[in-house]
Design a protein around this ligand. Structure first.
Ligand code: F6R
Length: 609
């Protein structure tokens, strides 16, 4: 994780760096720092805590400079301390910011100690600063020193480097972690993602694996991994500033929950543009999809739960076998591979290391084709996949995924229907009905959002609890899992989810009057079974909080609270039921006073193991 930004300009770049770090804070937020060239010295300000604290310190010290780098950290090597915060400096001459993990840092550290370098931090990054310094003081140009140093590193990195006596250049390198160059007018930038520099420029170059770049005020030179000059396409980013601002909302999570009707309708537009046809998943899909014998979904966290939901759709609607696996588990086991199973990764960020590595492993095992369901264009996972479906959720900044999840569900549903159609399982009438159901989805989601006042009233009851259980069955079990994950990650209440029928096989022992039990109980084929499971809870004194739909015919009674979502929307019901569990977690977190958008110990994009 971690976010990096850098700038070279004819103006003071400190405000650009600070603004960029604030926008990158979702990537890590335990400490932050900037370093600039100021006259004949590198001046650096670092603070444990949020970027705002570092910003205040930089203002107090009147930090200014026309070349600089900045970093917001999510600790991996070494605790959350100021000496471990970036930028790291070697002999006052070289300053480095780094995102990623250097795997051979111990070996390099021993070597550098032998060469007389002393270490001030426990980070892996400090070896980069010293290694660059080592080559630089031996006579290499800054660019060559970074090149030689980075070719000796193993692991993943995106780095930005400045040198005390090089006021006209900023050098960067990328391997395994995202890094882009922003092209301004007489000024240039580097950043982990475009949000960091969008107020300065929208023209960006996405660096490729192994690229090394040298930025001056007027130009950018790139070398590829084979040390050959590289030309990379210039993209014009369509990220809007409004999508990166809170607007009238208190938190990004709140904003993103409320943006779901729009995010869904934008994503559904993509489906309507192509219909349930292979081209929806990219140019090569027409050749790939007819050959496939099954689907293998790999993902982490919330995206994994989207995969679990998709399994029901793909097997029921398309009659195609679908396995779903947690990416971090799959990548380390001797998995069986049928080359004709379509490896389908789901990742909001497109950067999650476990998912990326699982994809590489699947390819090594012989899987021929991969489909990426992703929200971020130009990110690593879609680039490594033959087929792609981009969700149109817009930037998701709150650490807890919301609109990315529901739009992933739309992409996966479209996959199920497309496969079903290709295999003759979905008739023209079915296709028209599914399209119609999709078109009505944003409206149903808006209805679910209107339940917020009732959900808020429930939140006060949950805020005082230490534990919660979530139950669902069939298509709605993954939504129970998602509800429990949302609650634990932002309110820090311990929450578990079970398929309701599994309760009696163990977890029922947990149920007493202190255990709120949330039940997802729409009017589907399993409703009567869920009702029996609820009685098992009630009989043990458990308090039930039921999300039913209008057709479920539940009434409130002692210890049974009911919120009715809109009318049952058929197979797309999990999308609608995701909304109340997101809102419940949000309001419980508010009531408990936690940091909703930046929950402790977490970060938005998980580019470490
Ligand atoms: C939870 C959450 C995480 C992510 C997971 C995968 O709210 O956001 O569980 O879903 O870290 O991230 P992506 O989808 O970016 O691969």
């Amino acid at each position: 994780m971690c976010g990096i930004v850098g700038a070279i300009a004819a103006r003071n770049v400190v405000p650009v760096l600070v603004d960029g770090l604030k926008r990158l804070e979702y990537r890590g937020y335990d400490s932050a720092g900037v370093a600039v060239l100021a006259g004949d010295a590198i001046r650096r300000v670092r603070r444990v805590g949020r970027v705002a604290e570092m910003e205040n310190a930089a203002a107090e010290e009147s930090l200014q400079g026309q070349v600089g780098i900045g970093h917001t950290r999510w600790a991996t090597h070494g605790g959350v301390t100021e000496p471990n915060a970036h930028p790291h400096v070697s002999f006052g001459k070289i300053a480095v910011v780094h995102n990623g993990i250097i795997e051979n840092h111990e070996e390099q550290r021993e070597r550098l100690k032998g060469l007389g370098y002393a270490f001030e931090s426990q980070t892996d990054t400090e070896v980069i600063a010293h290694l660059v310094h080592h080559y630089y003081q031996a006579g290499d140009s800054l660019f060559d020193a970074v090149k030689r140093a980075s070719r000796e590193l193993t692991g993943a990195y995106a780095i930005g480097v400045i040198a005390v006596d090089r006021p006209d250049e900023l050098v960067c390198a990328r391997m395994g972690c995202p890094l882009l160059v922003g092209l301004g007018d007489g000024e240039n930038f580097i950043a982990s993602d475009v949000s960091a520099i969008v107020s300065a420029t929208r023209r960006v170059i996405f660096l490729e694996e192994g690229d090394i770049g040298r930025l001056t005020r007027d130009g950018v030179e790139l070398l590829d991994k084979d040390d050959q000059p590289a030309q990379r396409p210039v993209h014009v980013s369509d990220v809007s500033l409004a999508s990166l601002e809170l607007g009238p909302y208190s938190h990004f999570m709140q904003k993103e929950i409320h943006e779901q009707p729009k995010a869904l309708s934008d994503t559904i537009d993509a489906v309507q543009d192509y219909g349930f046809n292979p081209e929806l998943f990219g140019e090569r899909a027409g050749e790939v999809l007819p050959k496939l014998e099954g689907v293998k979904i790999l993902a982490c966290g919330t995206s994994y739960y989207a995969g679990l939901t998709a399994k029901y759709w793909i097997e029921t609607i398309a009659g195609v076998q679908c396995d779903v696996e947690i990416a971090s588990e799959y990548r380390y086991r001797s998995a069986w591979a049928n080359p004709n199973y379509l490896v389908t990764t789901i990742s909001q960020s497109g950067e999650t290391l476990d998912t990326m590595e699982a994809l590489k492993y699947a390819k090594e095992l012989g899987h021929r084709y991969a489909l990426s369901i992703c929200n971020v264009r130009e990110s690593a996972i879609p680039r490594a996949s033959e087929l792609v479906f981009f969700t149109r959720a817009g930037a998701e900044i709150g650490v807890a995924s919301t609109k990315a999840f529901t739009t992933q569900l739309v992409g996966l549903f479209a996959l199920a229907v497309t496969l079903g159609k290709m295999r003759g399982k979905v008739s023209a009438a079915d296709e028209a009905r599914y399209l119609d159901e999709l078109r009505h989805l944003p409206g149903s989601v808006q209805h679910a959002l209107n339940l917020e006042p009732q959900i808020k009233a429930w939140a006060d009851k949950f805020a005082a609890k230490d534990n919660a259980l979530f139950l669902g069955r069939g298509l709605h079990f993954p939504i129970a899992l998602e509800g429990a994950l949302k609650l634990k990650e932002i309110s820090y209440i311990h929450a578990e989810a079970y398929p309701a029928g599994e309760l009696k096989h163990g977890p029922l022992a947990l149920v007493d009057e202190d255990m709120p039990v949330v039940v997802i109980a729409p009017n589907d084929t399993l409703l009567e079974k869920v009702k029996s499971n609820m009685q098992e809870v009630r009989a043990r004194g458990g308090e039930l909080f039921v999300f039913a739909d209008l057709d479920s015919h539940f009434s409130e009674s002692d210890g049974v609270h009911v919120i009715r979502t809109p009318r049952h929307v058929g197979v797309l019901s999990p999308v609608v039921h995701a909304i109340p569990v997101q809102m419940l977690a949000y309001h419980v977190a508010l009531a408990r006073g936690t940091d909703v958008d930046k929950p402790r110990n977490l970060a938005k994009s998980v580019t470490v193991e």
